[in-house]
Design a protein around this ligand. Structure first.
Ligand code: TXA
Ligand code: MG
Length: 334
């Protein structure tokens, strides 16, 4: 159900959930001070409660109020990169519901640059919003995608196709050590360069915490399998003849467990045909298109989607896209 901005604001104020556009992907939003709305987010997405929500703000003042400790580094990063696709994970103010933070002592905050999102948040106050898709599935990059995902049952504001196309970079701030929990359009090299200009002593690390640390301390939602399209995606790490692709894929599916980390893996009933995912040579365009291509290919009467690895994808500017594709893939052919 497409709704206009005034109606969306009224619904959010009344404690409902509304699909809203952001520059990265569409979010499923609720006011942070409406517990029934927050609960509805988890129910609608069928999202486990261990996976915390990002809070969206319209300015840095709102962010400061959500944080228990807003360090000079957080302030500098927000001043420089906001509005934009960077989420800052900071110690949370006790007023922020533990349902939002999944019981963690931190909260993820970001200020989107999408004009419609900002207009709505200015009227409602901070909004908790995960991507507007069922848990573990491909994120929506248009209002139509949200309509399809929730069978027209969730109100959504149409703000056009998303400019960025993949979710925000998540950066956790722990004193002088910063860690990228999820790659996004804002790249490690950009963050590193900026940090150097403010304080040489700040260290930037990438990836989740060491295996010895419990995963919940890092990014609980950063599961191995995520972003999955409606039919399985198979990633081939080199060019293979058609027949070999079918044989290797059939074998890989046989060996695949039913589920990993609570996410059910997709397996086709047969392995006879596939459609190939083609991406632009330009990583900015590829990011913008990747989820909509996956959705479109899933509508084909084929058994799986094939993606053939390209050597240039090892470079940093491809990292957000490759991160998503590796997680979206049910299996990888070596
Ligand atoms: O671009 C985006 O970030 C989009 C748009 C809608 O803003 N949102 C989004 O939300 O991708 P979601 O819920 O699909 O992914 C948020 C990720 C989850 O993996 C979650 O675990 C992590 O952020 N996260 C949220 N709060 C966190 C926290 N306090 N500590 C660590 N990770 C956190
Ligand atoms: Mg998501």
């Amino acid at each position: 159900m497409i709704v206009n901005v005034p109606n969306a604001i009224a619904m959010l104020n009344a404690g409902s959930v509304v699909g809203i556009p952001t520059e990265t992907v569409y979010g499923l939003a609720a006011r942070i001070d409406r517990p029934e709305g927050i609960l509805k987010i988890f129910e609608t997405k069928e999202r486990p409660f261990f996976d915390p929500l990002i809070v969206h703000v319209s300015d840095i003042d709102q962010a400061r109020n959500l944080a228990l400790e807003w360090s000079p580094t957080a302030e500098a990063l927000a001043q420089f990169f906001w509005p934009g696709p960077l989420t800052l994970v900071v110690p949370k103010n006790p007023d922020v519901s533990s349902m939002i933070s999944s019981g963690l002592e931190t909260v993820g905050i970001r200020c989107p640059w999408h004009k419609v999102a900002l207009e709505i948040i200015k009227a409602t106050g901070p909004l908790a919003a995960p991507s507007a898709n069922k848990f573990g599935r491909t994120s929506p990059t248009s209002a139509d995608d949200v309509e399809e995902e929730f069978h027209h049952l969730v109100p959504v504001v149409d703000g056009g196709p998303c400019e960025v196309g993949v979710e925000s970079t998540i950066l956790a701030l722990e004193g002088n050590r910063l860690r990228i929990l999820r790659p996004g359009l804002i790249l490690p090299s950009q963050i590193r360069e900026f940090l150097k200009s403010i304080d040489e002593a700040i260290l930037l690390e990438e990836g989740e915490l060491a295996k010895t640390t419990h995963r919940s301390v890092a990014s609980p939602g950063n599961l191995k399998h995520h972003y999955m399209p409606a039919i399985p995606l198979v990633l081939a790490m080199r060019k293979l003849p058609h027949q070999e692709i079918l044989e290797k894929t059939a074998l890989a599916f046989l060996k695949l467990p039913e589920e990993i980390e609570g996410v059910r893996l997709l397996k086709p009933a047969q392995v006879r045909s596939f459609a190939e995912l083609m991406l632009s040579q330009d990583p900015r365009i590829a990011a913008r298109e990747v989820y909509s291509h996956l959705r479109a290919l899933s509508r084909n009467p084929v058994d799986f989607i094939l993606l053939e690895w390209r050597p240039e994808w090892s470079s940093e500017d491809w990292s957000p896209i490759i991160d998503r594709l590796k997680k979206a893939a049910s299996c990888i052919l070596l």
